[in-house]
Design a protein around this ligand. Structure first.
Ligand code: F3S
Length: 401
């Protein structure tokens, strides 16, 4: 691999042991994937933030690295943590968990990382430009950045993203290269796909089928970025899709022919199988979760308007970025939701919070990604459907119909 003099100095330890360790990770990955060189990155998003996933070993690893003087060189944000960093008590999080979670956040802060914990950094100011190289690790954010924004990132692991932040570089392979951004599957959609749940069910089916391929969708209407957020998150969960194209919608598909000559065609003429796979047979709903990926201001507004004049019986969590919550507060939306008995929860989500400790058994969600992960990560039975069905369930504690 060809390294610049500065990169060689980092690798030799001239800039300290924290930078040396970071460069060793980047170079090792580059060698594994056959990279010829490194590329400068403009921003980093680090996953692996919840203490639920990191445990004591992960916390120790972060402390040690921070203690070696590692500092980030580019704007770097975090994925959701295991709790709302300010309102964790109201959510029922234990003192012990909160203490460890805050220690994780402090280790990241010591490295110069902004403690905005969100899987939608693109909604709160970290918006990469078309063609820009970045190193993000949250799979739904990677999908959004590559596909909807046209930026370039591989699906980084937590340590490799952190290493990219400390060196300002990543190895140039995978989706940083033009040749790997061509579609390997053509997905012919021949059924209506209109709600966020429909896009999620479609994403679930396609991800399961194409694994880490690059799908090119035909037959999808442009229903807005919220729908693409749901589609990409689901494909990244059931498969490992990090890039997709939608004819006439996403930037690389609009710019020209992006389909590889050998691309295989898959026809989707019904979403029923996706809905069936993501639903458990349950009627009573303990918790309704909206905001996976983290809710945008428009999504919070939709929830708030629907709830006006109603009261929820089940727990209702709308998870979002702290900054988005602040904007929702200014517009009176948080008050509307909380008056109805729901909560707007910042910094965390149902999958990375220690939900299993809160005594909940069942959940309704409009997110295919949450429906996919909640049974195994949080031990919950799940109902998956449209936003209105979920809110109806929050009010009645029963899944409608
Ligand atoms: Fe985000 Fe948590 Fe869903 S990290 S994409 S809200 S599982």
């Amino acid at each position: 691999m060809c390294l610049t003099p500065e990169e060689k100095a980092m690798l030799a330890g001239d800039l300290g042991p924290g930078v040396k360790r970071a460069m060793e990770i980047i170079v090792a990955l580059g060698k594994i994937y056959g990279a010829q060189e490194l590329v400068l990155v403009q921003s980093v998003q680090v996953a692996g933030v919840s203490y639920k996933n990191l445990g004591d070993a992960g916390l120790e690893f972060l402390h040690e690295w921070a203690g070696q003087g590692a500092q980030v060189r580019v704007p770097t944000t975090l994925n959701p943590a295991g709790m709302d960093l300010t309102h964790w008590r109201e959510l029922g999080i234990s003192e012990e968990f909160a203490r460890k979670q805050m220690a994780v956040i402090e280790a990241f802060k010591a490295m110069g990382i902004v403690s905005s914990c969100s899987c939608t950094p693109y909604l709160t100011g970290n918006l990469p430009a078309f063609g820009q190289h970045i190193a993000w690790s949250e799979s739904s954010a990677v999908s959004f950045a590559n596909s909807v924004l046209g930026a370039r990132t591989n699906r980084e692991g937590g340590p490799s993203a952190l290493a990219a932040a400390v060196t300002g570089r990543t190895a140039k392979y995978g989706l940083h290269l033009d040749e790997n951004r061509r579609a390997t599957y053509i997905i012919e959609v021949r059924c209506p796909v209109t709600s966020e749940a429909d896009f999620g069910a479609l994403g679930y089916l396609v991800g399961r089928r194409v694994k880490n391929g690059v799908p090119y969708f035909r037959g999808l209407k442009d229903e807005g970025q919220g729908m693409l957020k749901a589609l990409g998150a689901a494909m990244a969960a059931s498969g490992a899709v990090a890039l997709y194209h939608v004819v006439g919608v996403t930037p690389e598909a609009r710019a020209g022919d992006v389909v590889a000559a050998e691309a295989e065609t898959v026809v989707i003429d019904s979403l029923d199988e996706g809905y069936a796979a993501l639903n458990s047979p349950l009627d009573k709903v303990d918790l309704v979760s909206i905001g996976c990926p983290h809710a945008s201001l428009a999504e919070i507004e939709e929830v708030a308007r629907w709830l006006e004049g109603k009261q929820v019986k089940a727990k209702l969590w709308v998870t979002t970025a702290r900054e988005t919550k602040g904007r929702a507060q200014e517009e009176g939306l948080v008050e509307l939701i909380e008056t109805a008995g729901g909560r707007v929860v910042a910094d965390t989500c149902l999958v990375v919070a220690p939900i299993e400790e809160l005594g909940l058994r069942s959940m309704a969600t409009n997110s295919a990604k949450a429906a996919f992960y909640a049974p195994t990560y949080s031990g919950l039975l799940v109902r998956f459907g449209r936003l209105e069905q979920c809110l109806e369930a929050a009010v009645t504690r029963r899944w409608p119909g």
